[in-house]
Design a protein around this ligand. Structure first.
Ligand code: ZN
Length: 241
């Protein structure tokens, strides 16, 4: 196995930045038809913060606050997403229950450094998954305000898939530093942004990436936004959990 992807498959494509979501930039910068060339796997959100996005195996879904999951449409726009061509090099099976902290320790053990980008996929049975789903925002309020009314769901003893990324600390504010995971159940009926989980058993795949590629939007709201954050760590703690 090799960790050297070619230029295309080694890339984590990043559309816009986490700081712009914090600043309330929810205007769609690209639609999914335009970004699909950048990956078959990813997480993100939608214009007006209207739901969470999850995609893998080249199938992409919108997860909404009413608990539904629907296949997204090519014309659906997004203000923020992270995509990659998922080509895992590491596989590991887990047959004993692990909570989030225990599982993250396992994840750390399996990779060479915190200073690289990784994509993860976990298929399994989860004793619990606690998710939130951002809700439609008519106005561009700061995301710390927008999440005050976010619905939180608890999935119990559910088969499903968690996917997402590890972003190194030095890229905080471009994406979410640390682990950023989204969940969808096996029936593709519900899910959201992962706040907490207990894995019962499952299979983990890890794809070590070679680089991040940042696309800066040219939308009116991005161009005019004040993206300097006074307390970036705290804002991301509040919005991402
Ligand atoms: Zn998320």
């Amino acid at each position: 196995m090799t960790s050297e992807g070619n230029k295309e498959t080694g890339e984590v494509f990043q559309l816009s930045t986490m700081t712009s979501l914090l600043a309330g930039v929810y205007e769609g910068a690209m639609n999914y038809h335009q970004i699909k060339e950048h990956g078959d796997f990813g997480i993100g959100t939608f214009e007006h913060l209207d739901g969470e996005m999850i995609g893998f195996d080249n199938k992409f879904y919108r997860l909404r606050g009413d608990g539904t999951a629907t296949p997204l449409k090519p014309e659906d726009k997004t203000p923020f997403c992270s995509l990659t061509h998922f080509r895992p090099q590491i596989k590991k099976n887990f047959d004993k229950p692990l909570n989030k902290a225990e599982f993250e320790q396992e994840l750390h053990r399996l990779v060479p450094s915190d200073n690289l980008f990784y994509a993860y996929r976990i298929d399994g049975v989860f004793r619990e998954v606690r998710t939130r789903t951002v809700a439609y925002q008519e106005k561009p309020v700061p995301m710390t305000e927008a999440v005050k009314t976010q619905p939180v769901f608890d999935f119990e003893n559910r088969k499903g898939t968690i996917i997402g990324f590890w972003t190194p600390a030095f890229a905080q504010g471009i994406a979410v530093a640390g682990y950023h995971f989204h969940f969808i159940d096996e029936e593709k009926q519900g899910g959201g942004h992962v706040l907490d989980y207990v894995l019962d058993h499952g299979t983990l795949l890890i794809d070590q990436k070679t680089h991040q590629s940042l696309y800066t939007p040219h939308t009116e709201s991005f161009l005019k936004a004040d993206l300097a954050r006074n307390d970036l760590e705290k804002e991301i703690q509040v919005t991402e959990g």
